[in-house]
Design a binder for this molecule. Structure first.
Ligand code: DAH
Length: 344
């Protein structure tokens, strides 16, 4: 009977197609091809209505059985395929949570920044305020107002980098001009600490760099005397290097202070017995200081009869080199990560 044969044919080809399907997408196509609105089995079912009444029930029953067989084959295959596909996805696309993460590298403050922050912090603790000045400075602030008129021999002590041909603008050779800028703007009492970069016409070698850092400090008030300067510097040095350090002042000359001194600390490497760091004399020179010269006060409009003050200046690289036993200043500026990492 051709009806049953047709049904058998449909069933056979559907099951074969299902058996050969290699993806759930393909399976969906097969489902549509047989059971969809325009599918082969659907067409067969539609034809049943035109059959003689006696044949209808039998044909309907047979067609239904085929439909059920196709549906269950589809369901079974679909379950198998989707678990295969999931496995394949897991193999190729899945996130492997057992992989170690990539740790982002964390930066740190440069060793010079750390020293500056530490020194400035000590003076903040003593009631000082931070001030800054420009790196391109006028001759007036860098020299003239600091008691170094154009013909002053002290100017030759500083190898200056000039910014313009007329030489009115310079790269500041020290942080002392910040004293003048602050005093021009503010009346005493002033207690100021001023860190910054300075520049000199130096050829680079293990102890010289055309750019380095200084920290300036100064205090102006009524009745400030040399004892206050010594006490302040001793307090500072004991906080920075330890209370066991001894402090020594040697007479010196600076145009903007009178009297002036250089300050030594007992060697932080050997404690004063004498070693390679201190050149076997037990002392390290770490700053210059003095009582602010009356001429400087006159230049900023302070009355030297009413006010007095002290000032001091130190090199940051030098202090860092002494503290950490660094023998070449260039290491600070080459930014070799192997060097920098040791201080974070
Ligand atoms: N300006 C000096 C220098 O560059 C350091 C200095 C010495 C600063 C004496 C001062 C001072 O304020 O009073 O070497």
């Amino acid at each position: 009977m051709s009806l049953t044969k047709d049904l058998e044919k449909i069933k056979k080809s559907a099951l074969a197609a299902i058996g050969g399907a290699d993806s759930t997408d393909r399976l969906e196509e097969i489902k549509v091809a047989y059971l969809g609105r325009k599918g082969e089995l659907t067409a067969f079912l539609k034809n049943i209505s035109s059959l003689p009444a006696a044949e209808k029930p039998k044909a309907g029953k047979a067609a239904n059985e085929v439909k059920l067989a196709i549906e269950s084959a589809l369901a079974e295959k679909s379950a198998g395929l989707s678990s295969n596909e999931m496995e394949r996805l897991l193999e190729t696309k899945a996130l492997d949570t057992s992989l170690p993460g990539r740790i982002p590298s964390v930066g740190g403050r440069h060793v010079l920044t750390q020293i500056v922050d530490e020194i400035v912090g000590i003076f903040l603790g003593l009631g000082y305020k931070v001030a800054e000045g420009p790196e391109v400075e006028l001759d007036w602030y860098n020299f003239e107002a600091l008691n170094m008129p154009p013909e002053h021999p002290a100017r030759s002590l500083q190898d200056t980098l000039y910014v313009n041909a007329g030489r009115e603008a310079v790269l500041r050779t020290h942080t002392s001009p910040v004293q003048v800028r602050v005093m021009e703007k503010q009346k005493p009492p002033v207690y100021v600490i001023a860190p910054g970069r300075v520049f000199r016409r130096d050829v680079t070698d293990p102890t010289h760099s055309p750019m380095f850092h200084q920290i300036e400090g100064f205090a102006v008030d009524r009745n400030v005397n040399f004892g206050h300067l010594i006490g302040t510097l001793e307090t500072f040095i004991h906080q920075l290097f330890g209370t066991e350090r001894r402090v020594r002042l040697r007479p010196h000359f600076f145009p903007y202070t009178e009297p002036s001194a250089e300050v030594d600390v007992s060697c932080i490497a050997c404690g004063g017995k004498g070693c390679r760091v201190c050149g076997h004399n037990g002392w390290l020179e770490i700053l210059g200081c003095g009582m602010i010269d009356p001429n400087v006060f006159k230049n900023v409009g302070y009355d030297p009869e009413e006010y007095s003050g002290f000032a001091f200046g130190m090199g940051v690289e030098r202090i860092a080199m002494l503290r950490y036993g660094i023998s070449d200043i260039r290491l600070f500026f080459e930014n070799d990560i192997r060097f920098l990492r040791q201080f974070t």
